[in-house]
Ligand binder design. Structure first.
Ligand code: COA
Ligand code: ZN
Length: 316
C-alpha cells in the first residue's frame, strides 16, 4: 500500500542512453554533457548516462568515456551505464560510475538479435561481471519481459525463472523491461506483484515504452502493485535499435506530471524537466513525443482572448 508520507517513487532517467542510442543523429558530446548536468539538478534518483557496447552496434554512444569524464556528479544521484558483456565492464571500470546495468532478454530470439549471444551465454558473462565488479553495483535488466517482437507472448513463469537465474549471478537489483511496449496494465500489475513476492527486499525497477499508448497507465499499474522505481526518458525519446517497431520510453515529464497530480511523491522538479525537454528538442531538431511539454501541466490556464471576451459580452 502506497503511503505519501513514507514512500517516494524514484524516477530514473534513461533518455541519454535508451533515447540517444537510436536518435535521428549523433548528439555532440558537449550537448550530452549539458543535458546530463541539467538532468542531475532535477531530483532524479538515477541517471543512465550511456552504454559501453560495441561502437559498431551503437555508433551514437561511441563517446561514452568522454561523456562520463566530463559530467558533474551530484550527491544523491546514482550514475549508471549499460553494459552487455565483460568488455563493457572493463570500460566501465576505467571511469567514475556507481552502477553498471547488465542486460539480457527473456526471449532467446531477441537476445540473439540484440546481443548476438544465447541467454545462457549472457548469464555466464554476468557471473564474471559480478565477480569482477569491484565497488560497482550491478543492476540486471530483463528485456522483453512483457513480450518479444519476434516470438510474441512471454509467460510470467519464464520471466520469474530467468529473474531467479539472474539474481543467482550476484546482481543487486532487477529491472523488468517492456522493450517493445506490448504490456497492458493488468499484465504489469500481475507480473510486478509476482516479482515483488518472489524477491522480497530486492529493488525492482519497471522500464516501459509507450509504443501503444499504454506507458503511463502501465506505470501507474506498476506503482499500484508496489513498484517504487520507474525508468523514463526526457521528451519520450527512445527505442531499441534491435527491436522492430520499438518506439520511445515513457516520457519523464509526462510520468512526473501523472505521479504528482495523482497524489504520489517523486521529488522531481517538473518545470526544470520541461525546460530540458525543450532543449533536447532543439538539439535533435525534431518534435518529441512527450505531451506535457506541449500542453503544460494540469493546472495550466490560458487567458481568454479579447475577441472571445467581446463575443461573450464580457467587455463593452
Ligand atoms: N565495448 C566496445 N567494443 C566491444 C564491446 C564493448 N562492450 N564488446 C565487443 N566489442 C567489440 C569487439 O572488440 C570487436 O571489435 P573488432 O571488430 O574491432 O575486433 C567487436 O565489438 C565484435 O566483438 P564480438 O565479441 O564478436 O561481439 P559481437 O559482434 O558478437 O557483438 C555485442 C556482441 C554485445 C558486443 C554487440 O552486439 C553489442 O554491443 N550490442 C549492444 C546492443 C545494444 O546496445 N542494444 C540496446 C541496448 S539493450
Ligand atoms: Zn528500453
Amino acid at each position: 500500500m502506497y503511503s505519501p508520507t513514507t514512500d517516494r517513487i524514484h524516477i530514473q532517467e534513461v533518455g541519454m542512453r535508451d533515447g540517444l542510442q537510436s536518435a535521428g543523429k549523433f548528439v555532440e558530446t558537449e550537448d550530452k554533457v549539458r543535458l546530463l548536468n541539467d538532468l542531475s539538478k532535477t531530483g532524479l534518483s538515477k541517471i543512465e548516462v550511456t552504454s559501453f557496447v560495441s561502437p559498431k552496434a551503437v555508433p551514437l554512444l561511441a563517446d561514452a568515456e568522454a561523456v562520463l569524464s566530463a559530467i558533474d556528479r551530484r550527491p544523491g544521484v546514482a550514475y549508471s551505464a549499460l553494459i552487455p558483456n565483460t568488455r563493457g565492464l572493463d570500460r566501465a571500470l576505467s571511469v567514475e560510475l556507481d552502477e553498471v546495468n547488465v542486460v539480457m532478454s527473456v526471449s532467446e530470439a531477441h537476445n540473439m538479435a540484440n546481443l548476438r549471444m544465447t541467454c545462457e551465454d549472457s548469464i555466464a558473462q554476468f557471473h564474471q561481471i559480478c565477480a569482477n565488479r569491484g565497488t560497482l553495483k550491478v543492476n540486471g535488466t530483463l528485456a522483453t519481459a512483457f513480450g518479444c517482437p519476434f516470438t510474441g507472448h512471454v509467460s510470467e513463469s519464464m520471466v520469474l525463472d530467468w529473474a531467479k537465474r539472474y539474481m543467482d549471478t550476484g546482481i543487486d537489483s532487477l529491472t523488468l523491461a517492456d522493450t517493445v511496449g506490448t504490456a497492458t496494465p493488468n499484465q504489469v500489475f500481475d507480473l510486478c506483484g509476482a516479482a515483488i513476492g518472489e524477491f522480497p527486499g530486492v529493488e525492482i525497477t519497471l522500464h516501459l515504452h509507450n509504443t501503444r499508448g499504454l506507458g503511463i497507465a502501465n506505470a501507474l499499474a506498476g506503482v499500484a502493485a508496489g513498484i517504487r522505481r520507474l525508468d523514463a526518458s526526457v521528451g519520450g525519446i527512445g527505442g531499441c535499435p534491435y527491436a522492430p517497431g520499438a518506439t520511445g520510453n515513457i516520457c519523464t515529464e509526462d510520468l512526473v506530471h501523472a505521479l504528482i497530480f495523482d497524489g504520489y511523491k517523486c521529488a522531481v522538479d517538473l518545470d526544470r524537466l520541461i525546460a530540458i525537454s525543450h532543449d533536447l528538442e532543439a538539439i535533435l531538431s525534431d518534435s518529441l513525443p512527450g505531451l506535457v511539454r506541449q500542453a503544460g501541466s494540469k493546472v495550466t490556464t490560458h487567458p481568454m482572448s479579447d475577441d472571445l471576451k467581446c463575443r461573450l459580452g464580457l467587455v463593452t
